[in-house]
Design a protein around this ligand. Structure first.
Ligand code: HSE
Length: 403
């Protein structure tokens, strides 16, 4: 059934039922007061019982949904439950829903979208990717007139902030993570940021928007920055590279390639100049032109900007964001090939690793190797095996051909 958002009255000030009042919820409140108070107001906020301490705050979803002033529900709780149950309740109560919850849309997007369509209301999630960057909105718009060939970039603000801080201040990994948490960039559980799963959720979600296909989670190799140490950053800088957490998905003759991994970029590459909590999110069009969007990829106000974008779309009666009739595919990375930097200790004996090496440096107990060009899935699997012995660090080396 087509989304019918006719129940939204476009010329009245619309009331928002806000689920969650953390960094992004507060950011939305500030943004609405500053820029859009004639279009939207926060009618009710759902908070945990111990924190519902204002007259406009409630502890249960029913009280929020029964408020006649609530026209649209905005979910910024994060996590799978109770967010999923609350969103289903809101959609069944015929409220349009805006969410920033990339993990939830990745796992239950089809169920939620079907529920939205059955109830004739919109479900939108622009803020799930790129913080304040209008990336998903752009992909939706450009795919109407071009076949998108590839998407990707730096999609996690926390890890970018950490890598940039470690590069510029030579600080330790833990200090950089603490600073990212204090600034409200990291997830409540930052393991998603540093293990790469936040980037994985974002590239997968961008993929279903760009290519009309969900790629199976397990088939996407995913490596974060958790194994990186301050000494590795110094070594990488001495080689003349910048390290960034990179995610990509692209069409190939064998299907769709997809992976997430740290990569080393030359100074002239756009990714190398992405600093602080910024993201770069690009797409390649049918003429093989790459267009990039750059901006703050995490934080309360930037993310609230994308939520406001969705609120305006709902007011203007645009529909949902998931494509109709999409299929599921397994990623095929056999043509995704590039060299890797691998750091191990002198004590690790691996004839296989040795055979792959083109160049080798010994620094105290550390050995750094640059490998021959390798298939992404193969090297990710090899490192997982070697990690049974020790916490190896590895990063892809970006070459123009890999874009
Ligand atoms: N933790 C996320 C990030 C927040 O750092 O990118 C924005 O999705």
């Amino acid at each position: 059934m087509k989304t019918d958002v006719s129940k939204i009255e476009t010329n009245k000030r619309l009331g928002i039922g806000l689920l969650g009042y953390g960094t992004v919820g507060k950011g939305l409140e500030t943004l609405l007061e500053a820029t859009a108070s004639d279009a939207f107001f926060i009618a009710k906020i759902l908070r945990r019982a111990t924190k519902a301490n204002r007259h406009d705050m409630v502890e249960d979803i029913e009280s929020l949904l029964q408020d006649p002033n609530v026209d649209i529900v905005v979910e910024v709780l994060g996590g799978i439950e109770p967010a999923r149950t609350y969103i289903l309740a809101a959609l069944n109560a015929k409220k349009a829903v805006v969410t920033a919850n990339k993990a939830l849309i990745n796992r239950h997007g089809d169920e939620l979208d079907a529920c939205a369509k059955a109830n004739g209301v919109a479900l939108r999630f622009s803020a799930a990717v790129g913080g304040g960057i209008p990336y998903l909105a752009t992909l939706l718009e450009v795919k109407r007139h071009t076949q998108i060939q590839a998407i990707g970039g730096i999609l996690n603000g926390t890890s970018n902030f950490m890598l940039d801080k470690m590069e510029r201040e030579q600080c330790a990994f833990e200090e950089a993570l603490r600073a990212a948490q204090q600034l409200g960039y990291a997830e409540a559980d930052p393991s998603a940021d540093i293990l790469g799963t936040d980037s994985l959720n974002k590239i997968r979600l961008s993929g279903v928007v760009a290519f009309d296909r969900w790629i199976e989670f397990e088939s996407i190799p995913c490596e974060g920055i958790a194994y990186l140490q301050a000494e590795d950053i110094q070594f990488i800088q001495n080689l003349g590279y910048h390290i960034r957490l990179f995610a990509t998905m692209c069409r190939s003759e064998d299907g769709i390639q997809a992976y997430v991994e740290p990569q080393l970029f030359n100074v002239e590459d756009a990714e190398a100049s992405i600093l602080a909590n910024h993201n770069i999110a690009w797409f390649v069009d049918s003429m093989n032109e790459r267009q990039a969007l750059i901006g703050q990829g995490a934080g309360g106000l930037p993310t609230a900007g994308n939520i406001l974008r969705d609120l305006m779309q709902i007011k203007e009666k645009t529909g949902g964001m998931l494509p109709e009739g999409h299929t599921k595919l397994v990623a095929n990375n056999t043509k995704a090939i590039h060299p890797y930097l691998i750091r191990s200790s002198k004590t690790l004996k691996s004839g296989y690793l040795e055979a792959l090496s083109e160049v080798k440096w010994i620094q105290g107990n550390r050995i750094y190797r640059i490998t021959k060009a390798m298939d992404v899935s193969r090297i990710h699997a090899l490192v997982q095996t070697l990690r049974a012995t020790e916490p190896i660090f590895f990063a892809g080396i970006q070459t123009k051909e890999t874009l």
